[in-house]
Design a protein around this ligand. Sequence first.
Ligand code: ASP
Ligand code: MG
Length: 439
Amino acid sequence: MIVMKFGGSSVSNAERIRRVIEIVSARLDRKPVVVTSAFRGVTDDLFAAAEEALQGGDGLLEKIRARHFEMLRDLGLESDLIKEPLAELTVLLKGISLVKELTPRTQDYVVSFGERLSTRTIAAAFLKAGVPAEPHDAFDIGMLTDDAFGAAQPLPEADAELRRHLARMNKLPIVTGYIGKTRAGDITTLGRNGSDFTATILGAALEVEEIQIWSDTDGVMTADPRIVPTAKPIEVLTFDEASELAYYGGRVLHPSTIVPAVRKRIPVRVLNTFKPEYAGTTIVARSDGHPAGVKSIAHHLANYVVNIRSTRMLMGHGFLARVFNAFAQHRIVVNMVSTSEVTISVTVDSPRHLDAAVETLSAFSDVTVEKNRAIICVVGEGLRSTPGIAGDVFGALREAGVNVLMISQGASKINVAFVVDDRDAEAAVRALHRRFFGA
Ligand code: ASP
Ligand code: MG
């Protein structure tokens, strides 16, 4: 048994849905459970439609309706198929505009329709193509969650419930990603991009042999191919490596997403819907037996480095706490940290609230801010086990004439991250890729 999850871009038009049907049909012998997202852009439109309803408007409902009817027409399907959920959505939005109130609970209810509409459409397309398939709202087959609307977590009993329901199915199940229900019957969502999470929850509950995440990339790459044309997809990544890369990759799975799979040691494979013959990247709990060198050179441009020098306290107790409190107070996410006896440098990736934080920090320290800074991150289990790799990193940078401004090594010891000027980022990434991947 496998779980196959298809994201919004894999199901954004009729041609792509036909492609998905082909991919799944070629793997029916592995007993797939299909999880799908809403059609691309629909979740955003639903969020906006809820806001619009709050203001008394209904233009977006028309857009959403038209989008789905067009899809059905292109697939040669009857529009009756989605009449019920569309009617329910219409009443719901009307209700919001009447009571002029939009709670997180109602918002989840509204956005749940993206997946409820897409699975019905996709299952019908499978059926038309001769594959007996059946759509399922995840909450009808055991996806029980807590009531943290917008970021719900599955309840412990969901596993057994999901297992029980899915064991009884003999048609190809097409399951809604992203959504669940509380014990009390309220619809919840697992957070944006939550369909990946649905896939790993289902996969773990069913103890499948593999969880496949189909999207529109070749998997995780050794570097950004726009900078390094010879960059290759990485075959195997450990969970730790994938977590370190998550921040830089953007498209890599969010680490929390694969927790259920890691717990049960089920491999998660990232595949490309548009190049199904590619092996993609497989994320495993441990790299036993897999090559352990440097896996990837990631980078992130346009950061701010905030240097904080303790004036009065000279790293007296509580200094770091005050520094991080200042960032927390202004809701600023700190990414990289490096400290010395009297200074601490951190990077942040947005100027939002930065001036206010600097003001707070200035009450007890000297603060300078540097703009246009790039973080470069070298990741690989090999960094932990092979002495000298860090030396190689900085040797390669020296040869490339890149000036390193800040350095940090994560506690997991599988990454070395450093800061350079934005203008040096490409040279640094290329030099490191050449050093570790030969091209
Ligand atoms: N449709 C939801 C979203 O856009 C969930 C997903 O696509 O994974 O966030
Ligand atoms: Mg996604």
